[in-house]
Design a protein around this ligand. Structure first.
Ligand SMILES: [Zn+2]
Length: 223
């Protein structure tokens, strides 16, 4: 089916991860031949990956080219509502189903994150891993699938709320509260803690984008 070094799924993952890491930002054009060279795969799997990402609305057709989609203000707000409810549910289920090893991994992640304060780029990546770990700890495959779809849309955000001064420390404290609740097997508290965490993050993002923090906006109005 493919003649590249990697099967299709990997070309797809590589492109999506590059968008998620901010290497390609909303509005950037993705060119099949350039991606093939960049990732060292043949054009067929890249073409299939791009088609799939277009179907998933991660990419948008602009004339003959494909560009990374951007979210408008309303879409961003709608995304946060869904993300907040689904992640809250994941935390609630994690409080019931997480194994002791999974809970220890969450604590280890928080410990490591303390050393990353002041490095928003690394913290942002680590934050995604932390949230993903909670999704997995829910042990509900359907929920994990839905959260994957949310994650794809979150990849379209060009900036991280962790860039705002003081937000990293606050976010870590909020992560601690979530894990404490999971460890205490307190589902409702884990749910509430996670939803409040995302609500603070969204608030920070809105404030920053309204211009309250000059460092945050990358200057071209991307949401
Ligand atoms: Zn977080």
């Amino acid at each position: 089916m493919t003649h590249g070094m990697y099967p299709n799924r990997d070309a797809y993952d590589m492109v999506l991860e590059a968008i998620d890491r901010g290497e390609f930002k909303p509005g950037d054009k993705l060119v099949e031949s350039e991606l093939a060279v960049r990732f060292g795969v043949s054009r067929t799997p890249i073409r299939e990956a791009l088609q799939r990402l277009e179907t998933q609305s991660v990419l948008t057709r602009d004339g003959r080219s494909l560009v990374v989609s951007s979210l408008d203000h309303d879409e961003l707000a709608e995304l946060y509502v869904v993300r907040s409810e689904l992640e809250g549910l994941a935390a609630r289920l994690a409080a019931q189903h997480a194994g002791p090893e999974e809970i220890r991994v969450l604590w280890t992640m928080i410990d490591k994150d303390r050393e990353l304060i002041g490095r928003p780029d690394l913290l942002s990546r680590s934050n995604k891993r932390f949230h993903r770990q909670i999704h997995l700890a829910s042990h509900n495959r359907f929920l994990i699938q839905q959260l994957e779809s949310v994650r794809r849309s979150m990849a379209l955000l060009a900036t991280t709320s962790l860039e705002v001064d003081g937000r990293s420390e606050k976010a870590l404290e909020e992560h601690e509260r979530i894990v404490r609740a999971i460890e205490a097997r307190d589902g409702p508290e884990a749910d509430a803690a996670l939803q409040e965490h995302l609500s603070r993050a969204f608030e920070t993002r809105l404030l920053a984008e309204s211009g309250a923090d000059g460092n945050f906006d990358d200057g071209d109005g991307r949401a």
